[in-house]
Write a protein that binds this ligand. Structure first.
Ligand SMILES: Cc1ncc(COP(=O)(O)O)c(C=O)c1O
Length: 448
């Protein structure tokens, strides 16, 4: 163990980790990062197979984003965004206002959880302003994940993360029986009619008490990289509108081309009438350069809050770094890159490459099941006998992959690739080889 790692373990409490695991699987020592790779002190490199928790959508060290950050740092780095205005933030807001019409108001936060917290609070508060004070429940989807802060965790259906705090978190209504698909080729993708009656029946019970419904459109990340039919979103939008329930689209993972469309909500193809009421962005918004998030708001919801001060219509939410100028400058440049002609086509090419390589990995190992893919994400579950479930086979694959050159951080026994959107073909080949070898090594050792 190097001196740095000893010092690290003496003081750092790493996120989403059991610290005892680091005793025989210490953190890797990063000295640099470029493109899809992390560079390590021992001279080797690791493929960042999950884009550093899904945010490095344009890879590490992108020259244009570095230049945008540095230009802004030369002007000013941060000013309070209440009672001030600046070109960087106004310019970015104009562009975000065009992303998902008619959502044309933008409220900035720090990280993804904050964006969700803001959306949930706005929805609850708006219902109160409308006189719908009985509307105090949130509806969420099974296997959904929306962040770690109080309300965001409350509406997440992840027992492992939520359970220790369940006593103090508001209980959401969880919709079960989602129309999950393996890919857009599944007939359910365009028509989830067979699943709808059972879902509608669950919704109807809460038609008069629900404040908002929150969804990760099309792709659920932390709940297992599950893909579901965009037709469900169309139906949920119609149902929520008919019953005066707000709809929140959490695009913190899916925003900016990850699912093959600029926004995952674009799969819905219903135009402005089918837009959500609130939409949360982070991660890819700055391509993972800074903690920065935005909640886009429907003008009708915004109008409810527009009133004389002190009448219960003031949204007094504040985060110190709301509208941070460095984050805004990088986000504006990232949006320019996402908007370039051919960007969507390049994501489509990567997506096809990933899907083919994933199928090959499954065939070569015979150890993957429930293969699924959407945009530049592929996932599958390790095919394990009952006796090996809960024995951390996924974690073992992770360790093997790190030893071979890929930071392939599974979700339990679910393996997935979610690399930067500009990942090179050779890197996909390398990742495929490492994944196959890592699975085979664990398979031999654990016997499955
Ligand atoms: C869909 C979704 N919502 C919210 C969050 C929370 O974002 P953050 O970790 O930046 O607070 C995440 C993080 O992974 C996410 O995937």
């Amino acid at each position: 163990m190097s001196d740095l790692i000893r010092r690290d373990l003496a003081h750092l409490w790493h996120p989403c980790s059991q610290m005892k695991d680091y005793e025989d699987f210490p953190p890797v020592e990063v000295t640099g990062a470029a493109g899809s790779y992390l560079h390590l002190r021992n001279g080797s490199r690791l493929i960042d197979a999950s884009s550093s928790w899904w945010c490095k959508s344009l890879g590490h060290g992108h020259a244009r984003l570095r230049a945008a950050l540095s230009r802004q740092a030369d002007r000013f780095e941060h000013v309070i965004s209440a009672n001030t205005a600046n070109e960087t933030l106004v310019g970015l807001s104009e562009r975000l206002a065009a992303l998902c019409p008619p959502l044309d108001k933008v409220f900035y936060g720090g990280d993804g959880s904050t964006a969700v917290e803001i959306a949930l609070k706005m929805a609850l508060h708006a219902q109160r302003i409308r006189g719908q004070t009985q509307r105090v429940r949130f509806i969420a989807l099974e296997n959904g994940y929306h962040g770690e802060s109080g309300l965001a965790l409350a509406v997440s259906d992840l027992g492992l993360y939520r359970e220790p705090y369940a006593e103090v978190l508001p209980e959401p209504v969880i919709l079960r029986g989602l129309p999950y698909v393996a890919s857009s080729a599944d007939p359910l993708w365009n028509d989830c009619g067979p699943a709808w009656p059972a879902l509608q029946a669950q919704l109807e019970v809460h038609a008069r008490t629900a404040a908002a419904l929150i969804v990760e459109p099309v792709l659920q990340g932390a709940g297992g990289m599950r893909v579901y039919s965009p037709d469900l979103l169309r139906r949920l939008r119609a149902w929520t509108r008919a019953h005066g329930v707000y709809l929140i689209a959490d695009e913190i993972l899916t925003g900016f081309w990850r699912t093959g469309e600029k926004l995952a909500w674009d799969h819905v193809r219903g135009g402005a009438d089918a837009a959500p009421d609130l939409l949360c962005l982070s991660k890819g918004l700055t391509a993972g350069w800074l903690p920065f998030s935005a909640t886009l708001v429907h003008p009708e919801l915004y109008a409810l809050f527009y009133a004389d001060y002190g009448r219960g219509r003031d949204f007094l939410h504040s985060n110190t770094y709301s509208g941070n100028a460095l984050g805004a400058a990088v986000a504006a440049e990232a949006l320019s890159i996402y908007d370039e002609p051919g960007f969507g086509e390049s994501v489509a090419a990567l997506s096809a490459r990933l899907a083919a390589a994933w199928t090959h990995a499954a065939e070569a190992t015979g150890a993957l099941e429930n293969l699924r893919a959407v945009g530049a994400v592929v996932a599958a579950d390790l095919r394990l006998p009952e006796s090996l479930r809960g024995r951390r086979a996924g974690f073992e694959v992770f360790r093997e992959a790190v030893a071979r050159g890929a930071l392939l951080r599974p979700l339990g026994d679910t393996l997935y690739w979610l690399p930067p959107l500009n990942t090179e073909e050779e890197t996909v080949d390398e990742l495929t080889r490492i994944t196959i070898e890592s699975i085979q090594a664990v398979r031999r050792r654990m016997g499955f």
